[in-house]
Write a protein that binds this ligand. Structure first.
Ligand code: GLN
Length: 446
């Protein structure tokens, strides 16, 4: 109840929620109280959370922050939502995001931009910007997000939070509206690694409804937190500290490294030579998959439909023209072009080959180190509107995060201090399915 009042009071300034589900939340809270009274225990029982608005929630608007899903109420809960519900977490509503998770600033939302609680004239990062702003402003202690190219880690960095993108296949994508299916992963944003461990432990694990979900046991993330760091081998990729990085962020990251050394870690330089090709490869693969995934929004089955269609083709055309925003249209066009017969080999296939090289770079680097550490972003949060008319400038901000998605690796961002009063993050990457290690390092540091 206190939080619902806080949302009513503070969120008009931030715009982090698209839908607040007051009545449902009070109902769920009551049910959680009853379960507790009946002797049930569990850290998430009665814990308030909120979901990024691309997780399907039964009977509640699921908009992907797009006009094209206007009025769409999902008929079922996503697996992530269902698992948190079963653990007794109380959802307060649905959070703002970039339209269809395309963006790094949360400015492409049909429901308007989200503001960074640390500086209201700055972006909160994206695409899980609503999740980040809501947790940072203490409207909810934890939220779900999704990360296709950095959308959990980058907003976490911009708002002084901890966020983890799990290994591809660790968290079910069932009921998560697809952007780029081979890159998308859901995960939590929260204040601490401990809260992330709790959330991730609940949502991770095999789901027969998602054919890319991996059937390996889930580690006990909470127990893993306590492990001392003595003997930990950290790799610093030289490509992460080169031109383009704000030197003050570099210094903040190195200060974290010094602390980790005091806790017993050793440090060594590693190299990821193909990193320079990551942005072009990502911005071919992600739009290609998006152009295919978004073809289902045709004005017939879900959400928005144009007025007075003349015939079926007119209905498709105008519903899509009126329903999608400009960044989404740009991606659909780029993706369709990259997949078209004459260009497939030149763009899509080439990008897939780069993807393999990037993965191989990581496998080679992890032969010598346990975790790879670097900055989460090259710059702190920029001003609202600053990069709106220059999509490529915004794409370049993803340089440190997208490689983990291309390789399918787990990645975590945790607070690394402030630059000019703006939060910045340090990113940790680990070999496949070693989320426990990432949470452990973050927890020991915190
Ligand atoms: N900024 C990247 C993009 O726009 C990543 C977004 C994401 O991870 N969802 O594609």
């Amino acid at each position: 109840r206190g939080l619902l009042a806080r949302i009513r009071q503070l969120d008009p300034q931030l715009n982090s929620f698209i839908t607040v589900t007051e009545d449902l939340a009070l109902e769920q809270a009551k049910a959680a109280d009853a379960r507790r009274a009946a002797g049930e225990e569990g850290a998430l029982l009665g814990a308030p959370i909120a979901h990024k608005d691309l997780f399907c929630t039964e009977g509640v608007l699921t908009s992907c922050a797009s006009k094209i899903l206007d009025g769409f109420k999902a008929p079922y809960d996503a697996t992530v939502v269902a698992r948190l519900k079963a653990a007794g977490a109380v959802s307060l509503g649905k959070l703002n995001m970039d339209e269809f998770a395309m963006g790094s600033s949360n400015e492409s939302s049909h429901y308007g931009a989200v503001k960074n609680p640390w500086a209201l004239d700055r972006v909160p990062g994206g695409s899980s910007g609503g999740s980040a702003a809501a947790v940072a402003a203490r409207l909810v202690p934890a939220a779900t997000g999704t990360d296709t190219g950095g959308s959990i880690r980058q907003p976490a960095a911009f708002t002084n939070l901890t966020g983890i993108k799990p290994t591809y296949g660790r968290v079910s994508r069932w009921g998560m509206i697809a952007y780029a299916s081979s890159l998308d992963q859901g995960g939590p944003l929260a204040r601490t690694a401990e809260d992330c461990a709790l959330m991730l432990g609940t949502i991770a694990g095999f789901d027969p409804k998602d054919s890319t979900s991996v059937d390996t046991p889930v580690d006990d993330y909470l127990t893993a937190l306590a492990k001392p760091l003595a003997g930990l081998r950290i790799g610093l990729p030289k490509e992460y500290f080169g031109a383009g990085l704000d030197a003050r962020i570099g210094a903040a990251v190195m200060a974290v490294v010094e602390e980790l050394k005091k806790l017993g870690a050793s440090v060594k330089e590693v190299s990821l030579p193909n990193m320079q090709h990551a942005i072009p490869a990502y911005y071919v693969i992600a739009p290609a998959e998006a152009s295919s995934n978004l073809s289902r929004f045709d004005g017939v089955r879900f959400g928005y439909r144009c007025e007075n269609p003349q015939n079926l083709e007119d209905l498709y055309k105008r519903s899509r023209a009126e329903g999608f925003g400009s960044e989404v249209k740009r991606r659909i066009m780029v993706g369709t072009y990259a997949l078209s017969a004459g260009y497939y080999d030149a763009y899509y296939l080439k990008a897939q080959k780069i993807r393999r090289l990037i993965k191989n770079d990581f496998v080679a680097a992890f032969a010598d180190v346990d975790v790879i550490l670097g900055p989460t972003t090259p710059n702190p949060a920029w001003k609202l509107g600053e990069k709106n008319n220059d999509p490529v400038a915004q794409y370049l901000e993803d340089i440190y995060t997208i490689t983990a998605n291309l390789a399918g690796l787990p990645g975590l961002s945790m607070p690394a201090g402030f630059v000019d009063g703006l939060p910045v993050g340090v990113q940790l990457l680990a070999p496949y399915f070693q989320e426990a290690r990432l949470l452990n390092v973050a927890h020991q540091y915190q």
